[in-house]
Design a protein around this ligand. Structure first.
Ligand code: FAD
Ligand code: EPU
Length: 293
């Protein structure tokens, strides 16, 4: 159903193919709710929903999903980096609110220009701020939780502020339950110089040289016990394995790429082959919509 009228609170609601919102370029239709204030967000959460960020960690079924899919827009995609005078000093800057719908790469560039450090290790991650927080996206040079001061989390019927100390976060995990929406955050940054931040960014980015440039949702599996899942999949001889129009990247075996026209079944089949052929249990990093099983 495409609503020609906005929702009761003014949210734009459209039935859209989700493929266009994902970096893999796969996924069928759903009712997408574009929300730009807390009233619209609350209304969108009145029925079963999912929250979509940059779509850079998702494999969505060709049938789409039956739930509402929420996108944070308007003020939820705005950035206020003004230092809070009460919380900032000569070394530390605590910013105003940064929306969960803000694209992370643009934020990282702005912080570099301002000479503000702590998040440059996440360079090259094509997430939105909310999705990066939810996953604690990162690299071995830094992760999202390195730069957080306060998080505003919204659930049906509640809105609360928490700090990283309130959460059980770690490698690729924030401790925030699924479908608790990270609406906005305040950043905690270290005063540095644009040159120093740039140098650290380039160093972190150099680790990406071997990653494929095609449509992909990033690494398929988490690294088990710190060992590169990519190396394990490579050692199982699976680079270049193709099912339909999806392939295990020849450049890095933990990336599945869409060669053009891939569907979700192709990707699921490759995930199955990897699990079967690699000798150790691997935990999926991708999120499957709908979930397995
Ligand atoms: P989505 O993919 O849209 O969603 C992922 C999950 O986050 C879903 O459960 C979704 O519901 C939830 N979510 C999204 N927004 C919110 C919100 N506002 N509140 C609460 N939950 C939310 N990841 C790394 O960690 N390190 C890397 O180096 C890295 N490199 C990548 C390179 C490429 C080329 C690609 C395509 C991906 C890479 N990724 C990497 C994976 C991906 O970018 C991260 O997992 C990222 O955190 C996903 O964020 P997103 O906004 O795209 O979320
Ligand atoms: N390797 C292989 N074959 C491969 C892939 C890797 O032998 O096909 C070897 C490399 O030669 C290297 C080692 O494995 O010696 C580690 O590889 P890499 O530096 O690429 O790091 P990774 O552990 O495979 C992790 C993250 C990436 C992140 C990079 C760079 C995970 C699951 N992956 O990859 O994150 O970008 O480090 O910091 O933690 C993601 O999470 O989506 C992601 C892309």
């Amino acid at each position: 159903m495409t609503l020609t009228q906005p929702s009761r609170t003014g949210a734009r609601v459209e039935r859209l193919p989700l493929a266009r919102f994902t970096t893999l370029g796969v996924g069928g239709e759903a009712e997408v709710w574009f929300v730009s204030d807390h009233d619209q967000l609350a209304e969108a959460m009145e029925a079963p929903y999912r929250i979509l960020g940059g779509g850079s960690n998702l494999v969505i079924a060709d049938e789409g999903v039956p739930e509402r899919v929420i996108r944070l827009t308007g003020p939820f995609a705005e950035t206020d980096l003004t230092p809070d005078p009460g919380l900032s000093d000569g070394e530390t800057v605590v910013t105003g609110w940064v929306g969960g719908g803000v694209p992370l790469p643009g934020l990282i560039r702005r912080l570099q220009k301002l000479g503000l450090s702590n998040l440059e290790g996440t360079v090259g991650i094509p997430a939105q701020v909310g999705g990066a927080v939810w996953m604690n996206a990162g690299t071995r040079y830094g992760e999202t939780f390195d730069g957080l001061h306060t998080l505003e989390i919204v659930t049906p019927g509640s809105r609360r502020q928490v700090t990283p100390d309130d959460l059980d976060w770690g490698y690729r995990a924030s401790g925030i339950p699924r479908n608790h929406i990270v609406a906005r955050v305040r950043l905690k940054l270290r005063r540095s110089t644009p040159e120093e931040v740039q140098a650290r960014m380039e160093f972190a980015d150099s680790a990406r040289k071997g990653q494929p440039k095609m449509k992909t949702p990033g690494c398929a599996f988490k690294n088990p016990g710190g060992v590169s899942a990519g190396r394990l999949i490579d050692e199982a001889g699976l680079k270049g394995t193709r099912v339909g129009n999806a392939m295990i990247a020849p450049e890095h075996a933990n990336f599945i790429v869409n060669l053009g026209g891939a569907n979700s079944a192709d990707v699921h089949a490759l995930l199955g082959i990897i699990r079967e052929r690699v000798g150790v249990p691997l935990e999926l990093e991708y999120e499957l919509w709908p979930e397995e099983g």
